[in-house]
Design a binder for this molecule. Structure first.
Ligand code: ADP
Length: 166
């Protein structure tokens, strides 16, 4: 049987413990996960794609069956290029649902012309991370709050440096 590969796409601006929670769950279901940082031109990010890839490398170092990459353009095209069969997304509160539902159906439509189907798999994080997002973490650092339980130490250091709170 061939290896089951899934793509975990996202902004990861920056990666949080919520992202890592979803990654750990995905690793229980698939043989290999490719974390793919999206190079979106219209979504303003704090960290560059290279910085986000580097941070993800640091927080996943020592983990087996995980690679970090970045991509531009259509996700379904990237998924096919990597010979993956699934897209991993995290589902937090109900507020994620509408957008995610739209995206999953659009990706299914776009993926229809492909030989094998691509499924989007939604995973729920531990309830501690249900209300956690990269934007919230950035906001808390800007306001001088403590983010130690929400991001790995290396990310907290990078964030404080970037936002000049070091
Ligand atoms: P995007 O801009 O693609 O939504 P994010 O980095 O914000 O990029 O999120 C990437 C994926 O990780 C999304 O599916 C999002 O729902 C999920 N995610 C982000 N934070 C959490 C969290 N705290 N718990 C569970 N899933 C999360």
């Amino acid at each position: 049987m061939s290896e089951k590969i899934a793509i975990y796409p996202g902004s990861f601006d920056p990666p949080t413990n919520g992202h890592l929670d979803i990654l750990a769950r995905a690793l229980n279901l698939f043989d290999h996960i490719i974390i793919a940082v999206t190079e979106s031109e219209h979504k303003k990010s704090l960290f560059t794609v290279e910085e986000r890839v580097k941070m993800l490398h640091t927080v996943t170092s020592g983990m087996q069956h995980v690679t970090v990459d970045s991509f531009k353009g259509l996700l379904v095209r990237y998924v096919k290029e990597k010979k993956a069969s699934a897209i991993i997304r995290g589902l937090r509160a109900i507020s994620d649902f509408e957008y995610e539902f739209q995206m999953a159906l659009m990706n299914r439509h776009l993926g229809l012309k492909e030989t094998a189907s691509i499924e989007t798999v939604y995973l729920m994080p531990s309830e501690n991370f249900t209300y956690l997002s990269s934007s919230l973490v950035k906001e808390v650092v800007r306001l001088g709050g403590d983010i130690d339980s929400f991001v790995p130490e290396s990310i907290a250091i990078e964030l404080k440096k970037k936002l000049k709170y070091a």
